[in-house]
Design a protein around this ligand. Structure first.
Ligand SMILES: Cc1ncc(COP(=O)(O)O)c(C=O)c1O
Length: 397
């Protein structure tokens, strides 16, 4: 049977990682992979996670299955984190949550639910969007289209073109939106722009599907959830996929949630029952370790404070790096203005390099980034900022 299978090319990001590993230059810098790195270039286990993990291991009395919907304490804590404790939609029982296998699993569960409700649905994603949105959302049979988003001239959002495109969508179209720290561009929506989008979504009867993979890494835990909270207060239906990979540093533990909001508690319960069936069909039960850690952190005031401080340090490091990068790049390339990098948020920005320039940065300067010129700002540190700036100035000149 398997002789029919052809070998597929490596995923571009995995190919990039392999090329980076093989590069023997001491000057090599990895700006490709989307994980946070500290000033020493490490992705350490957060101290809040270490402490919570000890408590979880001490108290855990069984390894029996959780449930298809996951760890109930985790799901509830994540609802409060995303929507804000006391949100009217939570109080009304209109939000139901299923644990995902990371944010990717949550996105896929959301897509499966849309497919179960309306198999011919079209999901509209930003141009550009995170590459993995495509297989995650289309894998169960949904169609994908895109709306204008990034403006390479200003480094901001083409809000007028975006609103116009959304205005022209048929009702019940699904619109995927990044809550904060847009991947791959770093260009986020302002509160005023979110309000404009809300108005179009309401007028056109669209279904917003918010991907929140970086809560707390942009402007803050509450500020990054602005759209989730606004939409949940104003709209009849909403899907939110949340990842704990970056903000809790739990990547390999695969913790995340899908929150389903409908018009009424009974409809949300019906939708959740469908999700439970979908999860049973796909993988039966999610893993518990990451969820147990997050729920321990969020339930314990001291651990929660510690986590908030560690998350704040990550956020401030990104903001500081962005400012420093703009200062250095503007000084090295006086004919260009890189100010947009400081206005953007999260880990990613586009340098504005062509595919050829990206290749030159890799082969001549050992700087590794994705073909589209996306850099992970967190890959930079005091030791490589100078050489990075020099190389970029030379190649982009
Ligand atoms: C935009 C976006 N959504 C979702 C995810 C999901 O992450 P995970 O499945 O690792 O939790 C990521 C991770 O890189 C992301 O960048």
């Amino acid at each position: 049977m398997f002789e029919r299978l052809e070998r597929l090319p490596d995923d571009p990001i995995l190919g990039l990682m392999a090329a980076f590993r093989e590069d023997e230059s001491p000057d090599k810098v990895d700006l490709g992979v989307g994980v946070y790195r500290n000033a020493r270039g490490e992705t350490p286990v957060l101290e809040a996670v270490r402490r919570a993990e000890r408590i979880v291991l001490e108290r855990q009395a069984t390894k029996t299955y959780v449930a298809p919907a996951g760890n109930a304490a985790f799901n509830q804590a994540m609802e409060r984190l995303a929507f804000g404790a006391g949100h009217p939609a939570l109080a009304a029982g209109r939000v139901r949550t299923i644990q995902g296998v990371g944010g990717c699993g949550a996105l896929r569960l959301g897509a499966e639910l849309v497919h179960a409700a309306s198999p011919r649905s079209v999901v509209h994603v930003s141009s550009p969007t995170w590459a993995n949105h495509v297989p995650l959302l289309t894998g169960c049979g949904l169609q994908l289209e895109s709306y204008p988003y990034y403006d390479p001239v200003t480094g901001g959002v083409r809000i007028d073109a975006m609103l116009q495109a959304l205005e022209a969508l048929p009702s019940a179209s699904v619109v995927l939106l990044h809550a904060s720290c847009h991947n791959p561009t770093g260009a986020d929506l302002s509160e005023e722009q979110w309000r404009g989008i809300l108005a179009v979504i309401r007028r056109r009867g669209l279904l917003p599907f918010i991907d929140m993979a970086y809560q707390g890494l942009g402007a803050g835990v509450d500020a990054d959830a602005f759209a989730v909270r606004l939409f949940a207060a104003e709209l009849p239906e909403l899907l939110v996929a949340v990842s704990c990979s970056k903000n809790f540093g739990l990547y390999r533990e695969r913790a995340g949630t899908l929150h389903i909001l409908t018009e009424s508690a009974s409809r949300s319960q019906a939708a959740l029952s469908q999700e439970v069936r979908i999860a049973r069909r796909l993988y039966s039960m999610p893993p518990d370790h990451g969820a147990a850690i997050v729920s321990q952190i969020l339930a314990d005031e001291a651990l929660r404070d510690l986590w908030q401080r560690e998350l704040g340090d990550m956020r401030e490091r990104l903001v500081g790096l962005r400012r420093e990068l703009v200062r250095r790049l503007n000084a090295a390339c006086p004919t260009r203005d890189f100010g947009f990098i400081a206005a953007q948020r999260g880990m990613f920005s586009f340098l504005g390099a062509s595919a050829q320039q990206v290749r030159a940065l890799r082969t001549d300067h050992h700087l590794y980034m994705t073909e589209d010129g996306r850099i992970n700002v967190a890959g930079l540190r005091a030791e490589n900022l100078e050489s990075f700036t020099r190389a970029v100035a030379q190649v982009l000149r």
